[in-house]
Design a protein around this ligand. Structure first.
Ligand SMILES: O=C(O)CCC(=O)C(=O)O
Ligand SMILES: [Fe+2]
Length: 214
């Protein structure tokens, strides 16, 4: 069972996506490739009794940019355990170290696959080039994950956040949350990255919509 659009369906999701500890990880891994990253998708993923394992995959593959720049990280996924994650209820399977592999020529051997078993409230961080996938649920205990995925600011987000909320709802969010949800102008120019302007509104930053009546 999957649910997205969490920013409006579960308003305290805002606290998760703007948690300083999470953003420090994204600052380290994503910001060097973009300057400004965004929320890619918001999701609750439940795995129920009898569900079989998801195919092992890496998430960066959904953007063609992965094939042009295979060494550049595009996306970073954080999965927070809302229930305990156990070997038998579908804890995420992960292949540590696989972010360095050439995925065209190497697949994971069974002994290379581990499981992110953890207590509710813990989290597993899965960079977009690391092989992983939901596990098999053999014991009927529901496994629930709350997912926050972030992506380079110059790529299209997997989830179309704008369709989940009105501008009025966005007005109530902290500025940083609005930026993460795409109400900003992507424009970044330094010695490593020259990109933008992207996503303008009336040739400027959509953030002007919120400044007008500040
Ligand atoms: O549910 C999980 O443990 C992993 C889900 C996942 O990797 C995905 O949907 O891309
Ligand atoms: Fe995935």
């Amino acid at each position: 069972m999957r649910l997205n659009g969490l920013i409006t369906k579960a308003p305290n999701y805002i606290d998760l996506i703007s948690d300083d500890r999470l953003l420090a990880v994204m600052d380290h891994f994503l910001a060097p490739n973009c300057g400004q990253y965004r929320l890619n998708s918001s999701e609750i993923i439940e795995i129920h009794g009898g569900e079989t394992a998801q195919e092992i995959h890496w998430d960066d593959v959904i953007w063609p940019a992965h094939f042009w720049a295979p060494d550049k990280l595009l996306q970073f996924n954080v999965m927070v355990a809302a229930t305990d994650f156990t070997e038998s209820n579908g804890a995420t399977q992960v292949v540590p170290g696989s972010h360095t592999w050439d995925h065209e020529s190497r697949t994971a051997k069974p002994e290379e696959i581990t499981q992110a078993t953890m207590k509710a409230g813990s989290a597993v961080f899965i960079p977009g080039k690391t092989l992983h996938g939901g596990g098999t649920n053999t014991d009927g205990t529901q496994r629930r994950a709350i997912v926050a995925s972030y992506v380079l600011g110059w790529l299209r987000t997997q989830e179309n956040h704008f369709l989940h909320n009105t501008i009025e709802q966005a007005r109530a969010w902290p500025e940083r949350v609005r930026q993460l949800l795409g109400y900003d102008l992507y424009a970044h120019y330094d010695e490593n990255i020259q990109g933008g302007p992207l996503g303008y509104y009336e040739y400027g930053s959509p953030s002007a919509l919120f400044e007008a009546d500040a």
